[in-house]
Design a protein around this ligand. Sequence first.
Ligand code: ADP
Length: 360
Amino acid sequence: MATLELDSVTKTFQDGDEEVVAVDDISMSIDDGEFLVVVGPSGCGKSTTLRMIAGLETITDGTLSIDDRVVNDVKSQDRDIAMVFQSYALYPHMSVRENMSFGLEESTDLPDDEIARMVTETGELLDIGELLNRKPKDLSGGQQQRVALGRAIVRDPEVFLMDEPLSNLDAKLRAEMRTELQRLQDDLGVTTVYVTHDQTEAMTMGDRIAILDGGELQQIAEPLKCYHEPANQFVASFLGEPSMNFFDVRLDGDRLVGDVFEYPVGDDVRSDLGETTDLVFGIRPEAVELVEGKSDAHEFEMTVDVVEPMGDENTVYLHFDPDADPESAETLVATIDGFTRVSEGDSVVARIPEDAIHLF
Ligand code: ADP
């Protein structure tokens, strides 16, 4: 088991005449046994970060330590890590058993019968014990994924590195494997860095998540902390579906003034803002409530533009200005429970609770 530490790690690539900063001055510590999910949009530097930890990519600047030992110049095979790729990277001509034992035979002096015992045991752990004599082409995608995992687990490494390992599976299998991977990681207690662009995986699997954008670390914290206390507007918009609503506003006395609404705020909110007056007002769709009749200044008379019934809940698109052209009117998206009946064109009152607003 191991801790991992990235200290001001930077990676630049030379792309013709241009220098691409793929990872920009990232510092983070990953605890022994922790499951860290690295998440962010395509091109934000996730894979490059993982590949530097794996030793598959050199580090341009900064230091990477595993268990307090700087490993910048340590070869990949000497880092005691195991990596699972999206593509599985199984050897097609080898059986499942051979795929799983190959790495051990290459890197250890363990006797053959000991390796065979470890492969059998890992096969049972992953429910592929019956498949050990098959070739990869005779396995389903989900089974191939298990073999790829088995190959990593059987090596009993200090650190697991996983790069979008579930993205080739269908939605149902992916959901099953999410739970199973978490359980396995819990049981094995191996420090794990898991890269994905999928926010559901990030929210459900990680002890903590590290959110990257443009090569920079935006926030690293427990998933719910990132969700409820996003460090910035990027994190707020990246987590949550439908996305948080954003409106440009200006602080004027005790009110936030937007293009189409005004919103009074208390002293505590104002004192947090300091001198800043131009702000972005954020509210999550599920924090918006539909209420009977307008009774205070945090409630707004609105018109229902579109209703998307999802069964257990409805996504409702509302306009602030009942007379505005729907194309140009400012929209507020609200998620309400599926039993609340609203229809397009209805007049409703939406409440935006002050304790749920975010200001950036
Ligand atoms: P992600 O995994 O988040 O999709 P990557 O780490 O693959 O992002 O890439 C981060 C950035 O670095 C991207 O702009 C990508 O184009 C660039 N990049 C990655 N590898 C190379 C390379 N070998 N040469 C040049 N640019 C690269």
